[in-house]
Ligand binder design. Structure first.
Ligand code: TNX
Length: 644
């Protein structure tokens, strides 16, 4: 076996398929792992999975993992493995807890927390040998991450109707770069039922992420049952109607609503926990609270009446910061949330809270006076009042043994002492927080907002009206800002991509916005920069993953043909060389100006085109995946222009 580590893994990954020499009849075996592992060595030959293979474990605590693995393989391939046994000698696939020393040479996850919490060791090794498969790790988390790697290799090597799966022989040793690898899901603007949330969890897990952050309340709907305030879900979870498009002023006339009962929440938390994913709840405060105000108008500065919003944007009406009843309400809600969610962190929002009501509100002004809050050159008294509210919430959350996370506005007017900052605006905010020795999760909108479009706006489904984050842009994002001094870098504990759902009104559209960007996100979150490679990701590994997705019924955005990225090319003669971005798919093209379709030329090999002087040619091309799903039309214009 060749030994290939870190930088070398890259080179290796570019040969995602290779011929299994010892069994030429089984054809090419795929080794397309996303996120790219830290170390990988590929051998020659194959391992065969067939019905009846036993999964074993050395430690009773791994029993559940063994069952999970056999279920996952059955779901993927239809092949049923024998139930877990505890005798290694009878077992073919073996799970084992091992000594941390085995992973001493791997990168350690970032995360020097001011709370001194040490990230869980998620290192694992996967060894696929001729007769056995071993997954080893020091924790259950690590074993689970190893299982996802095996799952991906199985998924990449499925044969239609096959009774057997031939896997490549390989050795993987792997560990995450960041301790926090999150996706945030806005279930307030649009509601997604528990089964849909579980489907997202499955994908988050398959790509070795470990956090699903749920944005549970906002102006447009309250989505979590709170026993002490039952009206929140009776009234606050419903809006009369929803605006069409970008606050067009025209509404759809259709009531919209939905919420999770506490039992449903518990069920989702358990489902995630089995996959070693933590659900982080967010109750956004003191802004983004119209759903609560519509339910209990006395919590606002003016006393209302208020409506659950049917439009998008930032509302001026927020929770009154001077009313003790309002603070009590927030604490009561947090208290039930803390009882429900076992997560170390509770997200309290803190973003986009206009101060116009507080400026005029006698209660808020009295609070400012009573607390001796004073404005200065940097911040108004009302901005300091926001920081007072968040600090109070932090004290409350800390008193329950948990920590808060807030959006980066919580930096304004002084940061609550132990807060973790989620950087959604300019990355300078994260830099500021890290320099103040606060943990930071990078979620900058300019790279990681999954509500931004992924391609030509005219052809994409309606999305938020600004921003463009195609998969490539997500992939190239480097979460640790280079301006940060080495001693501040460990405060960047990870990354998170938010899927805001103002315009994502179906679960199918949520999937479209998530895939394949989630795969790119997973690689920036998990893989060390040395093994990242955009070309290899996009042209070699992703096509295998998309081909698998294509068989599942999950919606994903079919990428445009690779090689069609450039809008305009200048010259007289051109070679058009394209690649299919979904394995097994096809590319069709024309020069007629119409959107490309199956009736056009089928792309088979690179071809030359000659453009006479003073003229241009317009090439239009699409990808059609094996399932028939298609990409938008990509256009490249070739212009013959004498170079000046
Ligand atoms: C800003 S990010 C928001 C969200 C919106 C999003 C739309 C953040 C903390 N606040 O409420 O949904 O922009 O892109």
């Amino acid at each position: 076996m060749k030994r290939i580590t870190l930088a070398w893994a890259l080179t290796l990954c570019s040969f995602i398929t290779f011929i299994a020499c010892s069994s030429p009849d089984v054809g090419e075996r795929s080794v397309s792992i996303i996120p790219a592992p830290a170390q990988m060595t590929v051998g020659e030959g194959t391992f065969t999975i067939h019905p009846g293979i036993e999964i074993g474990y050395a430690d009773e605590s791994l029993k559940g993992m063994g069952e999970l693995l056999s279920n996952e393989i059955e779901k993927l391939s239809g092949i049923k493995l024998a139930s877990a046994s505890d005798k290694e000698s009878n077992c073919i696939i073996f799970l084992e807890l091992t000594d941390p020393k085995e992973f001493a040479d791997l990168p350690k996850a970032y995360g020097l927390s001011p709370k001194d919490s040490v990230p869980v060791d998620e290192s694992y090794s996967l060894s696929i040998q001729k007769r056995n498969i071993y997954i080893k790790a020091t924790t259950l988390e690590g074993i689970y991450r190893g299982i996802t790697t095996l799952k991906q290799i199985v998924g990449g090597n499925l044969q239609p109707g096959g009774e057997k799966i031939y896997l490549p022989l390989l050795e993987v040793k792997d560990a995450p770069r960041f301790a926090w690898r999150g996706l945030s899901f806005d279930v307030s603007r649009c509601f997604f039922d528990p089964e849909e949330v579980k489907q997202v969890i499955d994908m988050v897990a398959l790509y070795k992420m470990n956090v699903l952050h749920m944005h549970l309340s906002d102006n447009q709907g309250w989505r979590i049952e709170i026993k002490k305030y039952p009206e929140l879900t009776q009234i606050g979870s419903k809006r009369k109607e929803t605006v069409i498009g970008h606050n067009s002023g025209t509404y759809d006339g259709k009531e919209y609503g939905g919420f999770y009962t506490q039992d449903q929440i518990r069920d989702v938390i358990n489902y995630a926990a089995e996959r070693h994913i933590t659900i982080i709840p967010e109750i956004d405060m003191p802004g983004h609270q119209l759903a609560a105000l519509a339910t209990y108008p006395e919590l606002g500065c003016t006393g209302g009446p208020y409506d659950v919003w049917g439009q998008w944007g930032v509302a001026d009406d927020v929770i009154c910061a001077g009313n003790e009843k309002s603070t009590q309400f927030l604490e009561d809600v947090l208290s039930e949330v803390i009882d429900l969610f076992p997560s170390e962190y509770i997200h309290v929002g803190g973003d986009e809270c206009p101060k116009v009501r507080w400026e005029k509100c006698p209660k808020c002004q009295a609070r400012i006076k009573a607390e001796g809050i004073k404005g200065d050159k940097k911040h108004s008294a009302e901005e300091y009042l926001q920081s007072y509210v968040i600090s109070r919430m932090e004290k409350f959350v800390e008193s329950k043994g948990r920590h808060i996370i807030g959006w980066d506005e919580i930096l304004e007017g002084g940061l609550a002492p132990r807060a973790t900052v989620m950087n959604w605006r300019d990355t300078s905010e994260g830099i500021k927080a890290a320099r103040q020795h606060h943990d930071v999760i990078m979620a900058p909108n300019a790279f990681l907002y999954f509500d931004y479009i992924q391609g030509d706006r005219a052809q994409e489904p309606l999305a938020i009206g600004w921003g463009y984050n195609p998969t490539e842009r997500v992939y190239v994002y480097e979460p640790v800002p280079e301006q940060l001094a080495p001693e501040h870098r460990p405060y960047i504990i990870g990354v998170e991509a938010p899927l805001w759902t103002e315009h994502i009104d179906t679960y199918r559209k949520a999937e479209y916005m998530l895939f394949p960007r989630l795969m790119a996100l997973s690689e920036i979150a998990w893989s060390v920069p040395e093994v990242k490679d955009l070309k290899n990701f996009k042209e070699e590994r992703l096509p295998v993953h998309l081909a698998w997705l294509d068989t599942t019924g999950i919606i994903y955005r079919v990428p445009e043909p690779i090689g069609m990225e450039r809008d305009t090319l200048y010259g007289a003669e051109f070679t058009v060389s394209l690649k299919v971005p979904v394995e097994g798919g096809k590319i069709y093209y024309n020069f007629e100006g119409q959107p490309a379709r199956e009736t056009d030329y089928l792309y088979e090999k690179p071809f030359r085109i000659i453009v006479p002087e003073g003229q241009k040619r317009e090439l239009k091309a699409i990808t059609v995946a094996p399932s028939g799903k298609r990409s938008i039309t990509a256009t490249t214009i070739f212009i013959h222009q004498k170079s000046k």
